[in-house]
Design a protein around this ligand. Structure first.
Ligand code: PLP
Length: 375
């Protein structure tokens, strides 16, 4: 079976992890700091905070943004459930805005029409690695006094108008799950443009501990003293995994180039085939392609999915519209609410996409698609 997504771990990555295991700091040590600084250098963000997963990163970002009961988080249904469910964890209400019918990213015009003065956060997702229309979205957010969280689980290394993902929104979240563009096994990070938001993110992921003497209520308690002012969790990524992340970051450009070559090979090999539609890219973005989201037309997605799997090609579907999950359905969300997202879901089929696919694998996938839709 050709895997639809998987990690690329080489001997340098293994050695980097082994070195930390032999050292003094398994967690809360210098490799975590080095990884966070490397993420800052890559993204141009003021402060990066590493975390135990992309889901944790979203929870941290929403907490840093001050999301709570009575607030509204406006987001896209075309994402992994965590983008929306992490906001529920803080007691917020979630509102879904439909996606653009081609990129499957949140529609900036529909978004602008949907925000209210209760909107605390707008959460967009760079679906497949293609950045959201951030300039328009930031304008909408400013108009209503909301913050923007960019869920960049798919898009570390992408750029928008020449600017790096991580420097575009108030807060950006990453995931380092093995199928993503780079991995720490489990892991994630939050990038903040504003130092204060970054500090809030840091404290929430570190049990809420305050160690800055100037901010302490009881500064003269003693050198051992630390205080908790607001609720926090332990979402710390250990040094062992930060070492893998740091090593993988050095390979990110190579991963991006390989993914771009695979994307181009699919585009060329599938051009002109009837019954399918190929992914689009806006001129002003340079994505790292996390997914290759093919569209299967004519109600044949399931049939093509089954015959691809039978042919040994690990295809996947990304994603069930979030409000179709029983969690959201039971809250009263109804099918039909976001027609573009539902249509996209009905047609979408993610072809294998990862840095270790060979050209021969890609050609085998192309042949399997042609056989499946042609037959
Ligand atoms: C993978 C993913 C997440 C969650 O990341 P985990 O590291 O798996 O918790 C969140 N949002 C999107 C869009 C994702 O693809």
């Amino acid at each position: 079976m050709i895997a639809y997504g998987r990690q690329s771990v080489n001997e340098d990555d293994v050695e980097a992890v082994a070195q930390v295991l032999r050292g003094d700091w398994l967690t809360t040590g210098p490799t975590v700091t080095a990884f966070e600084h490397a993420l800052e250098a890559l993204t141009g963000a003021t402060r990066c905070v590493s975390a135990t997963s992309g889901t944790a990163a979203l929870h941290i970002a929403y907490a840093a943004a001050g999301v709570g009961p009575g607030d509204e988080v406006v987001t896209t249904p075309m994402t992994f459930v965590a983008t929306a469910s992490s906001a529920l964890a803080l007691g917020a209400e979630v509102r879904f805005v439909d996606v653009e019918e081609d990129t499957a990213n949140i529609d900036p015009a529909a978004l602008d029409a949907s925000v209210t003065d209760r909107t605390k956060v707008i959460a967009g997702v760079d679906y497949a690695g293609h950045p959201i229309e951030i300039d328009t979205i930031n304008e909408t957010a400013r108009r209503v006094g909301a913050l923007v969280v960019e869920d960049a689980a798919h898009s570390i290394g992408s750029t928008y108008k020449g600017r790096a993902v991580g420097s575009l929104a108030d807060l950006t979240t990453f995931s380092f799950f093995p199928t993503k563009n780079m991995t720490t096994a489990e892991g994630g990070a939050v990038a903040a443009l504003d130092a204060e938001l970054g500090q809030r993110a840091h404290e929430f992921h570190f049990i809420g501990l305050v160690r800055d003497r100037d901010r302490m209520r009881y500064p003269d308690e003693g050198p051992w003293h630390q205080e908790v002012h607001e609720y926090g969790l332990n979402y710390r990524l250990p040094d062992v995994l930060a070492a893998l992340g740091l090593s993988q970051l050095k390979r990110l450009e190579a991963f991006k180039a390989r993914r771009a070559a695979i994307f181009a090979r699919y585009q060329e090999g599938l051009a002109g085939v009837d019954g399918i539609r190929l992914p689009t890219r806006r001129e002003h973005v340079d994505p790292i392609w996390h997914l290759y989201p093919l569209r299967v037309l004519g109600g044949r997605r399931r049939e093509v999915f089954d015959s691809m799997r039978a042919a040994g090609v690990g295809v996947q579907v990304n994603y069930l519209p979030v409000y179709w999950h029983p969690l959201f359905e039971d809250m009263g969300f109804k099918r039909g609410m976001c027609p573009n997202a539902e249509q996209f879901y009905a047609e979408e089929l993610s072809l294998p996409m990862h840095a270790e696919l060979t050209d021969a694998h890609v050609d085998q996938v192309i042949d399997a698609v042609r056989a499946a839709v042609g037959g």
